[in-house]
Every structure is written in C-alpha cells, then in structure tokens.
Write a protein that binds this ligand. Structure first.
Ligand code: PEP
Ligand code: MG
Length: 580
C-alpha cells in the first residue's frame, strides 16, 4: 500500500529500488516457544537462512574487484568465518531442539551470549568485534524473514536500517545498494559526509521507516528533501522521473560554471577549496576548478580495516592526491579518529564515557607518537610531489601546536637524512573547532601558517549539541548569534595577523549560507565538490561590499529567526534594506 514517509535529506540524489530492511540486530525479539512437532521445520528454517546468508556473502565476495577488493574482502571473510563457527551453529540447533525456542529467539540468545563473551574482554579491539557479531546476526535475522528470496543479490536495493556506520558504506555501495534510509542518524554525521562524497543518496531520521517498510517493498527515495514513497503509484513514478530530468538539467546548467571564476559581482575572487575523501573527489575537485584540496580527511584510510595502514600505503594515498591536483595546494589533515569515527584497528578507545570530549584528534596523535610519526613521514614524503599543507584537528591550546611543530621538524630532518625529497616550508595549520581555540586564537595564531574552521565540531561544542543526535532536531545549527560572533572574531583575528582562514565544515558547502559567510569576512571556503558549483553560483550572485556593509545587522540579530530574516532579505535582493 502506498505510504509517504519523511526524514532528513543527508545526501542528495534520487533512487528507485526495493527495500532491504535491516533490523537493529535481533535484540527486540521476545521469548517464544514452539510446539514439539514444529522443531524440525524451525531448524530447517534456521539452516536455510544460514545457507542464504553464506551464499549472499560468497556472491558479494565474487563481485568485488579493484582496489577495494582486499579491504572489503577481509571484512566479508571474517563474517563468513563467524557464520561457520560450530559454537554458534550448534548452539542455535540446541536452543531450538532442546529448549524449543523459536529460531528468532534462539538467535537473540546466541547473540547475547557471544556479545557477553566479547564484552568481557580487556582488549578494546576485540570488544569492538561485537559489531561484527551484530552484523552477522542481523543478516541471519533478515534472512529468516525474507518475504521474497529472489531479492538476493539483486542490485537496486535500498537499505533501510536503524543506523549505518561510515565503515559500512563502501561495502554497501559495492553490494549494489542504491540508497540508504536510516531511522536514526544526523545529516552532519561522518556517515552522511561520506555518503555525500560517494554520491550515495541518504535519508536519515526517518523514524517510522523500520516499522512501515517491509523487505521487498518498492521505494522512491529523494535524498535532497528526505521524502520517501513506499509502493509508489503512477503519479509518484512520474514525479520521480521528472526529478531525475530536473536534476540532469540543473547539473548541465551548473556545469557551465566549471571554468568560471568564483568572483563576486563587485569583482572579488573567493577561493573555493575542496573537501576530498577519495580519488573520485580529487578528480571532481580538479575538474570543477577547485583552488586546491582544503581538507583531506585521512581517517577514512583507517576505517574499513582491522590493521593500521603502514607508512608506504599512506604515502601512496597522499602522494596520489598531490599528483592529482597538479600543483594546486593539498591540505592533508592528520588523523582524527575517535567519537563517531570509531575505527576497527583499536586505535580509538572504545570505553570512553564521553568520546566526543575524549582522546580524539591531535590528542590521540600526541598520545600515540608511533602512529603519528608514521603518518607525518607519509605526508612529508608526499610533499615532494606537490604543494602539501598539514592541518591538525581538534587543537585546544598552543602547547599542542608547539608539540606537533617539534615532531614535524624532527621527522623532516630524519627523512632528509634518509635522502627523501621533502617540500620547503610546508605550511602548518590548525583546525579551529574547539571553542577554547577560537576564543584564544590570538595566543595560538602565531604558531600556525593558516587556520581552517571546522564548524561541524565548533557548533557541537559551542552549543553543547551532539552533531549526531537526531533527538536534538534543529539545535545543531550555525544560525545562532554565538556562532556568528565567534566566526566573525576568528576570521577577523586571522586576517589581522595575515593568516589565511577557511571554513571547512559542512556549512561552507551549503549555498544558503554563502552570503552569511561572505558578510562575516570569509574569503576561503572548503567544501565537498558535490556542491562546489552551487556555492560558486551563489558567490557570483552577491555583491561583497554590500554584504559586508550589512554584517553589523547580521551580528546584531538576537535569534535564529532574525538571522533567517537577514538571509531572506539578502537572497531576495533586498540587501540594502537588510541593514536597516
Ligand atoms: C568539522 O568539524 O567541521 C570538520 C570539518 O571536521 P570533521 O567533520 O571531520 O569532524
Ligand atoms: Mg571536526
């Protein structure tokens, strides 16, 4: 039956496909007993589900090719191994045969038992393997309820799940998943950032999705508006096709701007750098005329695997970005795992009570100098192939910057003595995303060559609103007077000291915010290439002097409504009026 559902659009794009529902592991299954005569059939049902999931994994393994095959293959092999585990399998049979539990409940008991064993382990890496058990058990549970077995292995599926981890996304896309819908999640999470980078449509916060959608239902997903249609009718299909056509037309129009400068109406050139997470991003950034890469999040190299990437592997990845940008600046951010970027290598602690306030970003790098040094060696070696800049995440104070500088100096000397070609005067920058660093910027700025403002985290910490918590609704927003005033001060301090300043949070990639950032004095943006041309179009439609003349009115705004009012006036061309 046709239904309309809605969530938040987190990664644009339209998709039509069949739902693959993944329930949040088999945990919510109530205790259920079956009569003695149903035992054999229930065991048979369980075995069929196991065989189905095994076949599914094998098929997935065979479909893999290219650079990702090894990494993802490892992941799948491990899950296949869990499925072969005699303890798991015999345990399930026993629970059904002897205790006469339903297959579902047996699955839940086995999940809880295995999870208990892992939870009791001291090793944080082994503890983190509970996720793998949940993944496998979740698949088995889905297989037990598959309405339509021929859905297997068919490309064109839309995953409907409670949530999705950044580490899963590549695997899901390799499987042929067309779009993802999650009941939880936020548009600022790293999964959302990665999905945008992969051009994988994503709708988050569709609270009803898991109840309302069944495996095999046909879905139309609009990743921009967050609207979902379950079992679309003819009108919906027409509207979907129209949106596809509209999307294509708009892309074509925007594409004409790829060779145009990012110049305001009054002739000021604004620099647009790209946030690039993959080779495809780098190629796209280059083709669209980005000034360089303003943020290369290295942690994505660390997420889909169980072992740390060594110096050589990292070097090759960074070198390829430097080469790919053909002489334009490439800003490589040092590792920022922790909080919602939980890795599988065991590097980030998994038992911190407050991970967002814990050992993450530069704090983790300074605590694990072996890992940091390996990364710095790789980045510095890449600097022999193009103008590389180093950016340090989660800086809180001056001492951290000084410690990083000392280490870079030593590693550079080591590398030169080993005969490596290292760039001269590699610019070093700090991410300004902790309020203390923003407020105390005058004391930190002397230690850096440039800064980049991470508004995703800055807003999170300034407004005490978890960037990934959908329950907070609109509270995580840059449209707050405190955020605007702090941004204004940060930009002004950097410019007075002659240091380049960019904003690289998601805010910089939203054309709605472009006039606001320009009014606050920003002249460098770093954003995902997916919206680069839209932001360029917004820049070209604005008069910088007029916007700056209205900055005071913006800074006087007392609440979100007043800020939105200012934006509306500016966007409707009533800019002169906005100041009065
Ligand atoms: C930010 O915090 O704004 C940022 C760009 O870094 P990340 O999103 O990777 O935390
Ligand atoms: Mg950040």
């Amino acid at each position: 039956m046709r239904q309309l559902l809605s969530g938040h659009g987190a990664s644009r794009g339209n998709a039509l496909g069949r739902a693959r529902v993944r329930h949040p592991h088999a945990l919510e299954v109530a205790e259920e007993r079956i009569p003695a005569e149903a035992v054999d059939a229930e065991i048979e049902r369980m075995h069929e589900a196991i065989a189905l999931v095994q076949a599914e994994m094998q098929a997935m393994r065979q479909r893999l090719h290219g650079a990702l095959a090894q990494e993802i293959g490892e992941f799948i092999d491990m899950h296949a191994l869990l499925l072969d585990d005699p303890e798991l399998l015999q345990g399930l049979d026993q629970l059904i045969r002897q205790a006469r539990f339903s297959a579902d409940y047996a699955l839940r008991l086995q999940r809880d038992r295995l999870a208990g064993v892992f939870e009791a382990m001291d090793d944080p890496y082994l503890r983190s393997r509970i996720d793998d058990i949940d993944h496998v058990i979740g698949r088995l549970h889905a297989a037990l309820h598959r309405r339509d077995a021929d859905l297997q292995g068919v490309a064109g599926e839309i995953l409907v799940a409670d949530n999705v981890a950044p580490s899963e996304l590549v695997q899901l896309q390799a499987q042929g998943v067309m779009a993802i819908v999650t009941a939880a999640g936020s548009t600022l999470s790293h999964s959302a950032i990665l999905a945008r980078s992969m051009h994988l449509p994503l709708v988050v916060g569709a609270a009803q999705a898991l109840h309302a959608i069944n495996d095999g239902d046909v879905l139309v997903v609009d990743g921009a508006s967050g609207l979902l249609v379950v079992e679309p009718n003819a009108d919906d299909l027409r509207a979907y096709r129209n949106r596809l056509r509209e999307e294509k037309r708009e892309r074509k129009q925007l594409y004409r701007l790829r060779r145009e400068p990012s110049r305001t109406l009054d002739g000021v050139d604004i620099k647009l750098f790209a946030n690039a997470e993959s080779r495809e991003d780098v190629a796209e950034a280059h083709a669209l005329g980005a000034a360089g890469v303003g943020l290369y999040r290295t942690e994505f190299l660390f997420l889909q695997r169980s072992e740390l990437p060594d110096e050589e592997e990292q070097f090759r990845a960074y070198r390829d970005v430097a080469i790919g940008m053909t002489g334009r600046a490439v800003t490589i951010r040092t590792l920022d795992v922790g909080a919602d970027k939980a890795d599988r290598t065991g590097l980030a602690l998994t038992n911190e009570p407050n991970p967002a306030l814990g050992l993450r970003g530069v704090r983790l790098s300074l605590a694990r100098q072996d890992v940091f040094e390996t990364q710095l060696r790789a980045i510095l070696r890449a600097s022999g192939y193009g103008p590389v800049r180093i950016l340090v995440p989660m800086i809180t104070n001056r001492e951290e910057m000084l410690a990083v500088k000392r280490l870079i100096k030593r590693v550079t000397a080591d590398l030169r003595s080993e005969g490596h070609e290292i760039g001269e005067n590699i610019p070093l920058g700090a991410m300004i995303e902790v309020p203390a660093a923003a407020i105390a910027l005058p004391s930190i700025i002397g230690t850096v060559d440039f800064i980049s403002v991470g508004t995703n985290d800055l807003v999170q910490y300034l407004l005490a609103t978890d960037r990934g918590n959908e329950a907070l609704g609109d509270l995580h927003t840059p449209l707050h007077p405190a955020v605007l005033r702090l941004l204004f001060e940060v930009i002004r301090t950097a410019k007075r000291r002659g240091k380049p300043v960019a904003v690289c949070g998601e805010m910089a990639g939203d054309p709605l915010f472009t006039p606001l950032l320009l009014a606050l004095g920003l002249e460098e943006f770093s954003l995902h290439p997916g919206t680069l041309l839209e932001v360029r179009r917004a820049i070209r439609a604005n008069d910088l002097a007029a916007l700056r003349g209205n900055a005071r009115a913006l800074l006087r705004a007392r609440d979100r409504d007043a800020i939105e009012d200012w934006l509306r006036k500016v966007s409707s061309g009533g800019i002169a009026a906005a100041g009065h």
